[in-house]
Design a protein around this ligand. Structure first.
Ligand code: FMN
Length: 177
């Protein structure tokens, strides 16, 4: 297993997966990493719904996302056919819910990278998840009452490699000391 700094350095968004389910141990590592993330005031209100990549509810979310774009025919679904998709939801109207979910999903991404799994953080379904079919999706995904979608996470055995993104310390950092 990679150490934390190496996993942070190597992580990248993976958009092709093998048709191979995660083992229980692999999934446990990811879920524990999400649960171990810090939350504002230690409220621990990020909720995780683990969905099989072949579950028809994911195709319904995809269709809802594309409903206003009848000509769109993307070659991949929003989770790139990963074997497992994890939906993270947070308490509605809690100021820190988006940040709490973001920290949890990054913990999961680092844990996945450390254990050799490919992964992708997914935000593109947010409008679909919070739109007209919000209640329907929440019920189907067993999202608790009073919670709503924040972000999703695809994870599986990678079928491609991608180098980490480039970045510029000059552009993004100021040292005042
Ligand atoms: C909040 C958030 C939402 C994202 N949503 C999507 C998405 O819906 N679909 C997708 O393919 N990638 C998504 N990404 C991945 C970014 O595109 C990716 O992190 C970025 O291009 C940098 O590439 P890297 O992750 O390989 O370093 C998302 C990333 C973040 C942090």
């Amino acid at each position: 297993m990679k150490d934390a700094l190496q996993a942070i350095k190597d992580r990248s968004s993976i958009r092709a997966y093998k048709d191979e389910p995660l083992t229980k141990e692999e999934l446990d590592v990811i879920i524990q990493a999400g649960l171990q993330a810090p939350t504002a005031a230690n409220r621990q209100e990020v909720y995780f719904t683990v969905v099989d990549g072949k579950d028809p509810i994911l195709a319904e979310i995809q269709a809802e996302m594309l409903k206003d774009r009848p000509d769109a025919n993307p070659p991949h679904n929003f989770y790139y056919e990963a074997p497992t998709v994890i939906i993270l939801s947070g308490k509605e109207e809690f100021f820190w819910s988006p940040l709490d979910a973001g920290i949890a999903v990054e913990n999961m991404a680092i844990a996945a990278e450390a254990t050799g799994l490919g992964n992708l953080i997914i935000g593109c379904i947010k409008d679909a998840m919070r739109g007209e079919k919000k209640a329907y999706f929440s019920e189907a995904l067993k999202i608790p009452e009073g919670y709503e979608f924040e972000v999703a996470f695809a994870v599986g055995h990678r079928a491609t490699e991608k180098a980490p993104h480039e970045y510029s310390e000059e552009k993004n950092v100021t040292y005042l000391c």
